[in-house]
Write a protein that binds this ligand. Sequence first.
Ligand code: CP
Ligand code: NVA
Length: 307
Amino acid sequence: MRHLITLADVTAADIERIYALTEDLKAKFAEGLREPLLPGRTMALLFEKQSLRTRVSFETCMTHLGGGSILLGDDAGFGKRESIADFTRVLSEMVDVIVVRAKSHATVEEVARYSNASVVNGLTDEAHPCQALADLYTLREHRGSLSGAKLAWVGDGNNVACSLALACARLGMSMSIATPPGYELDERFLAKFKEDLAGVDLLQTHDPREAVAGAAAVYTDVWASMGQEAEEQQRRLDFADYQVNTKLMSTASDDALFMHCLPAKRGEEVSADVIDGPSSIVVPQAANRMHVQKGILVWLLGGQGLE
Ligand code: CP
Ligand code: NVA
């Protein structure tokens, strides 16, 4: 049974397989073809936090692939009405894949422990693997080979940063991370994934200019993630020198791209002229969530007619 809880669950070869499926399905989609590789398969979606991109991209994926999806809302009682074990054992007898966005990473791990169906992490406090896979696919579309290229992260060493570090390790990229003191990548993450991260040239710094120098792309995310609303005021002070703006972008390579997982706060982590400017690829990034997750679903479940 395959799951996608963190990017430690995929090898470089798995990612190449996912990307090959994505490329094929995306090209067919552009020609108006929606290949039904997963007829009769069902996906359940559970969200403990808000979502636009993750929810809509997964639902449209399954529709295009000939399957169905069920968005389980509060009335399903996830984590409230019965144990997660009972909930998952029953649900996974009826569906083929469960996508979970949870407040705590441990919740997604618990679902995977009891599930007879594939489980996909749709974001936790620790990881956002589908995002990172779509991001590096997008960068490759714009840049060609990623091998040896550098991704710069400016901002919080959060869930998205952690997944990007693992994705960079798998795809032979280097990554430079500029955070304010105290907001570096979590020590427990670095220890837990020490072996998976061994292949990545990972620089952590407090200097955004050092991070962006020579980078193929500069990536940022909100200063306060979902669940950190109480810290917003303090974080605005702590991150004041970490905005990605034209001045910072001018110290990167001339053709450096700007990336953001969205949603964004213009005037905080990024200036409007950068996110809405010519170097920004944030919309193709978001659109590729759908295309890459088709590859992920077919990789997880096996496509009809594929070997
Ligand atoms: N980037 C992302 O995961 O967006 P949503 O929170 O809207 O799903
Ligand atoms: N770091 C953000 C990502 C949102 C897609 C959050 O967790 O809220």
